[in-house]
Design a protein around this ligand. Structure first.
Ligand code: 5GP
Length: 218
């Protein structure tokens, strides 16, 4: 089989939202491992760093004052308060990636998703990850064992609010099985990349094709 012809395209903003513990982080990690043209949007947050997290890899950890300065200077594409902390998406790396035809993955909540949809609907593809059951969500949060019982209780409570926004998303993944969900996520990405409106020089490609075809016909 001949190789697929590469037509320059604009990058996709792939948004993944879910309540904490639904498996979104693992899906994100797998996608970044397997898809070389996808980069993670690294958010700025005022939340405390967890022991497993690295500055500049998982988040940029900032004080509330620093966060507010960035926000007020227009450096954030969206921002929201989640679980009592501020989170936001730095604008510059996203705009750069899209122009260069690289996709950007966002692990953000429904409030941030709404803002991105308002500003950049044509660039954004949204996916909501649901846990298979309430018990499973609780078990996954407990297994993570990084957060206190109080934090886990708050996250379960917040899950109700987060899940209530599922209708605002383009795609829904019920995450019963990670491999299956991951395959579905890649299928979404593949299909979205093939959309006509994403292909930047399709017009030129088709015109050349037609001109060549005309030469072949008497
Ligand atoms: P965590 O504290 O568990 O890392 O994240 C808590 C929640 O904040 C998650 O639902 C995550 O998707 C959301 N979040 C992380 N970064 C951002 C961001 O930049 N903007 C918004 N709106 N939400 C974010």
């Amino acid at each position: 089989m001949s190789a697929q012809i590469d037509i320059a395209r604009r990058g996709i903003m792939l948004v993944l939202s879910s309540p904490s513990g639904a498996g979104k982080t693992t899906l994100t990690r797998n996608l970044l491992d397997k898809e070389t043209k996808v980069a993670l949007s690294i958010s700025v947050t005022t939340r405390e760093r967890r022991s497993s997290e690295i500055e500049g890899v998982h988040y940029y950890f900032r004080t509330k004052r620093q966060f507010e300065q960035m926000r007020d200077a227009g450096e954030l594409l969206e921002w929201a308060e989640v679980h009592g902390n501020f989170y936001g998406t730095p604008r510059e790396p996203v705009e750069q990636a899209l122009v260069e035809g690289r996709d950007v993955l966002f692990d953000i909540d429904w409030q941030g998703t709404r803002q991105l949809l308002d500003k950049m609907r044509d660039d954004v593809v949204t996916v909501f990850v649901l846990p298979p059951s309430a018990d499973e969500l609780k078990a996954r949060l407990e297994r993570r064992a990084e957060d206190s019982a109080q934090v886990i209780a708050q996250r379960l409570q917040n899950a109700v609010e987060e899940i209530s926004h599922w209708r605002e998303y383009d795609y829904i993944l019920v995450n019963r099985d990670l491999d299956e969900s991951f395959a579905r996520l890649r299928a979404i990405l593949t299909a979205e990349r093939l959309k006509r409106v994403k292909m930047l020089d399709l017009e030129g490609f088709v015109n050349r094709l037609l001109a060549d075809l005309k030469k072949l016909t008497p």
